[in-house]
Write a new protein. Structure first.
Length: 421
């Protein structure tokens, strides 16, 4: 009989449950029974995507009139041009991600990525504005958001300098990181008159939207995020941007019409899902709020545990490697570990030392980008000198237990050093 540690057993049971929900036989995912869980995750992903690819493989991008495709769950879908494909079958999954406060109406729209979602939202805000330019404040540090805003003419969006008391449009990131973490506190930000756009890619459902909406003076708000990172059980099935629209009761704008306008922009800009992506995302755990809370709770806890041993008093590492060191309730899916005194060359020496220890200790820590996986990853981030300082991103995954603890012990030892070895 195979004896597995509790955390391995928990992950194995989770993967087995996902396979069962998807109608995939455990014989098609043999690594689950063997307890090889990184292999099992890839086997489950391959088995699901093999099924999900069938509709796209059998359907032209502009099929003949009357042709109908079936998603893996048996639901029918038809379209004239794939660029105009409706995502209603997924958008209508209930419940919505975020609770709807009194005085607001809400529904969901899906785009092809988080950046496509923001781009469509900006097009909508600009198109519906009564006058231009619109003043805009970005309360965050995500470099691609800043780069996207730089593409817009200043005759459309005029980026605010400093901290004005009011703006037309506020883009907020509740938790943000540029090598050190920070928190966006709504009461310390400008009030927005026309649009509030809240990026929750790093925090998932762990955000209180009420304070943001309470300070908002307009009628149109949207919470958006990349759904690739935390929403797909660490399997990365397809890129997707998840938007939850909010329209104030009694506003001149209509919620359904607003959603339709955003969907039209989505089609015109090529920002919608393909049939292949729709089929991949029809996995039963996608947009399952209970499962998302289950998955992210463990992942966030693992990263907070790493942050606690790095702490704020290390001689070697800089402060604010994780938002939980700023506020106990704050979450993030990785730690940003930066040397207190160190240039790019010093950070490469840190990387070399960490990699030597990974090999020596046989740690389950893979070199790779991004975050939100079932296993653990690390990556040295080296921005352009004008864009910021380097740091080591360590993204603890869903799986905890002894694997996590041994990685944490490595960084506990490093944090206690007065200087790099």
């Amino acid at each position: 009989m195979l004896h597995l540690s509790p955390e391995i057993q928990s992950d194995r049971e989770d993967l087995a449950t996902l396979a069962e929900r998807a109608g995939i036989a455990l014989l098609d995912v043999p690594a689950i029974a063997a307890g090889n869980l990184d292999d099992a995750a890839f086997e489950l992903r391959r088995a699901w995507l093999a099924r999900a690819h069938h509709p796209g493989d059998a359907t032209l991008k502009s099929p003949c009139e009357g042709e109908v495709s079936r998603l893996p769950d048996g639901k029918r879908i038809h379209f004239g041009y794939e660029r105009e494909l409706s995502a209603r079958l997924l958008e209508s999954r209930a419940p919505l991600c975020y609770p709807v406060p009194p005085g607001w109406q809400s529904l969901r729209v899906l785009c092809r990525s988080g950046q496509a979602a923001l781009s469509c939202l900006l097009h909508h805000v600009a198109h519906t504005a009564s006058a231009l330019p619109l003043t805009l404040h970005h309360a965050g540090r995500y470099f691609e958001t800043a780069a996207l805003l730089d593409l817009w003419p200043r005759q459309v969006f005029a980026l605010s300098d400093g901290s004005p008391s009011h703006v037309d449009v506020l883009i907020g990131e509740p938790v943000h990181c540029d090598g050190q973490f920070g928190l966006s506190i709504p009461t310390r930000l400008p009030r927005a008159f026309q649009a509030l756009l809240l990026d929750t890619t790093m925090v998932g459902l762990q955000v209180d939207i009420a304070p943001w909406l309470e300070r908002f003076e307009g009628s149109f708000a949207a919470i958006f995020r990349s759904g690739l990172k935390l929403d797909q059980a660490g399997l990365e099935l397809a890129n997707v941007g998840i938007v939850q629209l909010f329209v104030r009761d009694g506003a001149k704008m209509n919620l359904a019409a607003t959603a339709a306008a955003l969907q039209r922009i989505r089609a015109l800009t090529g920002g919608g899902l393909t049939l292949d992506e729709m089929a991949a995302l029809s996995a039963p755990w996608f947009l399952d709020r209970d499962y998302l809370q289950h998955y992210t709770a463990q992942l966030f806890a693992n990263n907070a545990a790493l942050a606690q041993v790095v702490g704020s008093g290390s001689h070697l590492f800089d402060e604010r490697c994780h938002p939980s060191l700023l506020s106990r309730e704050a979450v993030a899916p990785f730690c940003a570990i930066r040397l207190r005194r160190g240039d790019a060359a010093a950070h490469r020496r840190l990387l070399h030392h960490v990699e030597e220890e990974i090999t020596r200790r046989s740690l389950a820590l893979a070199n790779g980008g991004s975050f939100g996986f079932r296993g653990n990853r690390y990556e040295l981030i080296e921005p352009e000198p004008s864009a910021g300082e380097p740091f080591l991103r360590v993204a603890m995954g869903f799986r905890g237990g002894s694997e996590r603890d041994r990685i944490i012990e490595l960084f506990r030892e490093l944090a206690a050093l007065p200087a790099l070895p």
